[in-house]
Design a protein around this ligand. Structure first.
Ligand code: AR6
Length: 171
């Protein structure tokens, strides 16, 4: 099976996919940005599941049901807070994507959608973060073909156009 990489613009809570990935915080408490939007749309059962799990280390991923969303699952991953020239952070951002993809393979799903992790409140420069995201996805699909579709959803027109340009360069 060939995995398609799709890039769309819009609100992740409206995207049709089996798994929605959330850019969460270590305590799994719904925050602002995409995390807040996902928790609001999914409803209170997700808050409860997240409280039971309790914690997610940066670069790791955990899974819950998707509550009121159309998706089957939400994978909550935590990206790093940006600071300049930090190799460890690059690796943690890479891991956030890779570990989310890996975790989803155990759930008999065909599609997964990512937001642009760490590029909002956590301050990662968009192009740098997107390059890491594309590298992680590329590495993953070389040895795994369980997803029919890996989707990126970008919130702004500017991010959407930049991401397409980077994808054309990298993949
Ligand atoms: N759909 C798609 N993308 C969105 C949406 C949406 N509804 N809303 C925002 N974005 P951020 P982070 C984009 O800040 O940097 C939370 O408080 C946004 O434009 O949501 O990883 C958590 O609890 C940006 O490009 O995530 C953590 O504390 C991208 O999503 C912290 O923020 C990521 O922005 C995580 O910060």
């Amino acid at each position: 099976m060939n995995t398609q990489i799709k890039i769309i613009k819009g609100d992740i809570t409206k995207v049709n996919a089996d798994i929605i990935v959330n850019a969460a915080n270590n305590h799994l408490r719904g925050g602002g940005g995409v995390d807040g939007a996902i928790h609001r749309a999914a409803g209170i059962t997700i808050d409860k599941e997240c409280r039971e799990i309790g914690h997610c280390a940066t670069g790791e991923a955990v899974i819950t049901s998707a509550g009121n969303l159309k998706a089957k699952y939400i994978i909550h991953t935590v990206g790093p807070v940006y600071s300049k020239n930090n190799n460890e952070q690059q690796k943690l951002l890479y891991n956030a994507y890779y570990n989310s993809l890996q975790l989803g393979t155990g759930y008999n799903v065909k599609s997964i959608v990512f937001p642009s992790i760490s590029t909002g409140i956590y301050g990662y420069p968009f192009d740098e973060a997107s390059t890491i995201a594309l590298d992680a996805i590329n590495d993953f699909i070389i040895s795994n073909d369980c997803y029919e579709e890996i989707i990126f959803v970008l919130f702004s027109q500017k991010d959407y156009l930049s991401f397409i340009e980077l994808k054309n360069k990298i993949l």
